[in-house]
Design a protein around this ligand. Structure first.
Ligand code: SF4
Length: 361
């Protein structure tokens, strides 16, 4: 069953009641594990993370003391600090819910297509609700419920997913771990250079619900205007019954990601890189521009080079020359081979240290 609710964050509680009712979600006597997409400490208004109102409404509906909110942020972002900054610590405490940093969770081995994965034991013990955000994504085209599951992995496995190829690894994870209920927060969605702050918020005022995460992701892609098969990790499936709003009335067209980030004349091509390299570059630029008096010559050089020429950063296991040409610098161990082969400047590390990137800036 699929359910499309038209709503706002102010009215999200009644949308959730209707969605749970339509999907006949019955956790029995189990505890409820809510896995939201909280990749970083973005403000809710950015549209990159599940809105706190959605989590509050779920906790109110089920009763906070039987709920666990569990997440681990992207590589390079401190999950405990993010819980504090986004107000999740206060929300969980107010409702008596448990808040779990999955980086520290007890894990059990699971066989999957590529050998063995260590997954949090909690997922075997609870009724699991995958609460994703509707966003475009610079590497995968879109990120929805299947991709949200990557957030439960250890950092080492997140990196391994990138080396394996996300389009193969994400469906393989879904083959061994399926949510009991899937929800997509599309009240404020994100288009363009998602999944973070470089994307543009798109207000759809929708919440989507489904018993089958793959089917729900397919519904979301149709709403976003993607062609079947366009997002490699989401296999096309026929949609079953849809209740609530009609698909044809809520269909729209999301701006696709161009596949790179740009700030002035600084270009970054992730080439399959995980967020470890992406955040290291972002932190280096932030450090430079936040306290320019600390590195006056670097800032001057950065601005002059930015005006006079292009800087192109490349990271990731699929490192290759992009269509934008300029002074090319390789970042991170995954790009080491390409850097050596092409005799390009290289900042090693996995993830690389922002200070070392700063040196090369
Ligand atoms: S080198 Fe960069 S892209 Fe490669 S695994 Fe390490 S952090 Fe991720």
């Amino acid at each position: 069953m699929l359910f499309i609710a038209r709503t706002s964050y102010g009215e999200v509680r009644s949308a959730i009641e209707a969605g749970l009712e339509a999907c006949k979600f019955d956790p029995g006597s189990k505890r409820i594990l809510i896995k939201p997409n909280i990749v970083s400490d973005h403000a809710p208004g950015v549209g990159a993370t599940v809105h706190p109102a959605v989590l509050e409404a779920l906790l109110e509906h089920f009763g906070g003391n039987r709920c666990v909110i569990a997440e681990s942020c992207v590589i390079g972002v401190d999950t405990d600090e993010t819980f504090r900054r986004t107000g999740l610590v206060k929300i969980a405490a107010r409702h008596g819910a448990e808040l779990v940093n999955l980086q520290k969770a007890k894990r059990v081995p699971k066989k999957w297509e590529f050998g063995e994965l260590l997954l949090p034991e909690l997922f075997d013990q609870c009724a699991y609700i995958d609460v994703a955000k509707m966003k475009t994504h610079i590497l995968t085209g879109a990120t929805l419920c299947l991709k949200n599951q990557k957030g439960i992995l250890r950092n080492a496995d997140k990196m391994r997913f990138h080396r394996t190829g996300l389009d193969r690894a994400i469906p393989a994870l879904y083959a061994v771990l399926k949510p009991d209920l899937a929800i997509i927060d599309a009240v404020w969605a994100l288009e363009g250079e998602g999944p973070g702050k470089f994307g543009e918020r798109k207000d759809l005022n929708l919440m989507l619900f489904g018993n089958d995460a793959l089917e729900l992701d397919n519904l979301a892609l149709r709403i976003m205007g993607f062609e079947p098969g366009e997002v490699g990790h989401i296999a096309p499936v026929e949609l079953g019954e849809i209740r609530g709003a009609r698909l044809e009335d809520v269909r729209t067209k999301f701006k696709r990601s161009k596949g790179y980030y740009r700030q002035i004349n600084l270009f970054y091509f992730p080439c399959g890189a995980c967020s470890g390299c992406t955040n290291a570059i972002s932190d280096a630029v932030k450090t430079l521009l936040k306290r320019p008096w600390k590195h006056p010559l670097k800032v001057l050089g950065f601005i002059l080079k930015g005006i006079l020429g292009k800087r192109v950063f490349i990271a990731g296991p699929d490192a290759a020359y992009p269509h934008v040409r300029g002074q090319t610098i390789c970042i991170g161990n995954c790009a080491a081979k390409f850097a050596a082969q092409e005799n390009l400047p290289h900042v090693p590390g996995c993830p690389p240290r922002p200070e070392d990137i700063l040196d090369i800036l």
